[in-house]
Design a protein around this ligand. Structure first.
Ligand SMILES: C[S@@+](CC[C@H](N)C(=O)[O-])C[C@H]1O[C@@H](n2cnc3c(N)ncnc32)[C@H](O)[C@@H]1O
Length: 257
């Protein structure tokens, strides 16, 4: 891994088997918060954007009329389909597609979700405009995504994340999300920050990092002074090596009036 940009489809098709068994993605603490903010109803018609292996779509399915899970990576969707079949979920379907060009008519959905994915989107404004378009009036968009704690630290954070996963694009601040979602026409109804403490060995293995990339990540962490490292949520071992970091996850309910 070199840190060169890589498409999400290439990255996630290659790593689909690891994601399918990742408990952090399947059941991590942003999921119950997202479900609570979404407040799913039996009549809801749902679109889960960048559904991956279907974790959010399949958690919603028993509570709504129908769920579509959309993703760029066919290998991720194959896991979602297998899991739906295993669990006997009949009201979910999975389609290949892009967050930035949703293949649906205006007002088709009552709820749109996207979890742990918008930091990969190249054109997040397009995604927000598309989510707004495919929602019916009164519909809601519920997002869960990792955030940067400050605009000053974002370049370091994006560099750190991109070294580990070259398909990473931008880890925005809460203020940036507020501006972007307001510009798209959404009302910010409610939000929570959910901290994820991620073990460094697990985190790098999950992304298929080479020993060279692991070294580069340690060196990247060492560039911060102690105050910046604390702000970035880095945790060090006794020998000064990076052992974990805490990633704040923004979960927000946005409404289309
Ligand atoms: C970390 S996984 C998250 C999966 C899932 N939402 C979950 O909660 O477990 C990110 C997913 O985003 C997908 N993705 C990235 N960019 C995308 C885009 N522009 N359109 C659709 N899917 C995208 C990737 O293929 C990958 O499956």
């Amino acid at each position: 891994m070199t840190g060169e940009p890589r498409s999400s489809a290439a990255q996630f098709n290659a790593l689909a088997d690891r994601y399918a068994t990742s408990e952090v993605h399947r059941a991590g603490p942003s999921l119950p918060v997202l479900l609570a903010l979404a407040a799913p109803e039996p009549a809801d018609v749902v679109l889960d954007v960048a559904t991956g292996t279907g974790n959010t779509a399949l958690a919603l399915a028993p509570q709504v009329a129908h769920v579509t899970g959309l993703d760029l990576a066919q290998a991720m969707l194959a896991h979602a389909q297998d899991r739906a079949a295993r669990e006997g979920t009949a009201n979910a379907r999975f389609v290949v597609g892009s967050a930035e060009a949703l293949p649906y008519e205006d007002g088709h959905f009552t709820l749109v979700t996207s979890r742990h994915a918008p930091h990969h989107f190249r054109q997040v404004e397009r995604f927000l405009a598309e989510a707004f378009r495919v929602l019916a009036p009164g519909g809601r968009l519920v997002l869960a995504d990792q955030i940067s704690v400050s605009a000053g630290l974002q370049p370091w954070t994006d560099g750190y994340q991109r070294l580990r996963d070259p398909s990473h694009f931008a880890q925005r601040t809460v203020a940036a999300w507020q501006a972007l979602t307001a510009a798209a026409g959404f009302r910010w109804a409610a939000s929570e920050i959910v901290p994820y403490r991620l073990d460094f060995d697990w985190w790098t293995t999950q992304a298929g990092c080479t020993p060279q990339t692991v070294q580069a990540l340690q060196a990247h962490a060492a560039r911060l002074d102690s105050e910046q490292a604390r702000e970035a949520g880095l945790h060090f071992g006794e020998a000064g090596e990076l052992v974990a970091h805490t990633e704040p996850m923004l979960v927000v309910r946005l409404e289309k009036r």
